[in-house]
Design a protein around this ligand. Structure first.
Ligand code: TYD
Length: 141
């Protein structure tokens, strides 16, 4: 495990605003590699039809950076670096949360019909996941 990954804290995970192009017909938000995001986007996926009361996440990543957007509706993200925790609420499509590697996350309180859009820095790789909290705590110690 790298020293850098070990160091990652919830304070590295920030919400930032995206540009919004508005007119009477509605809004557009565009995301360009490296200008709006601090990583190259290799994969886009989205969570939808999440049943009421169900939580997602429950893992950390070795290398993956992600940027989460509430493209519709709202949800909360619990971030945990092994020492500090913080909760972030997303509910506007022109704001997103950057999650660095080395952060345990749970996504909770999905509103009905919500869509969690995820921009990711790597292709899907199960080996990049840290799936148990025990392994996560060992990695961070
Ligand atoms: P997971 O990342 O654990 O979901 P979440 O964090 O949203 O709860 O992924 C759930 C399942 O979907 C798991 O079996 C892996 C699979 N999956 C893919 O095959 N490709 C992907 O790009 C993602 C994100 C998940």
């Amino acid at each position: 495990m790298s020293f850098e990954l070990n160091k990652k804290s919830v304070f590295d995970c920030t919400v930032f605003e995206l540009p919004k192009i508005s007119n009477r017909a509605g809004n557009i938000t565009a995301i360009n590699n490296t200008s709006e995001l601090p990583f190259n986007v290799e994969r886009v996926y989205y969570l939808y039809d999440v049943p009421s009361g169900v939580n997602r996440g429950g893992h950390a990543h070795h290398a993956l950076y992600q940027y989460l957007i509430a493209a519709s509706g709202s949800f909360d993200i619990i971030l945990d670096d092994g020492i500090n925790k913080k909760i972030v609420s997303l509910n506007r499509p022109n704001y997103g949360l950057l999650i660095t590697p080395g952060i345990w996350r749970e996504i909770i309180n999905f509103s009905s019909g919500s869509i969690c859009l995820v921009l990711a820095s790597e292709q899907y790789n199960e080996d990049d996941y840290i799936r148990t909290y025990d392994c996560f705590k060992k990695m961070k110690s």
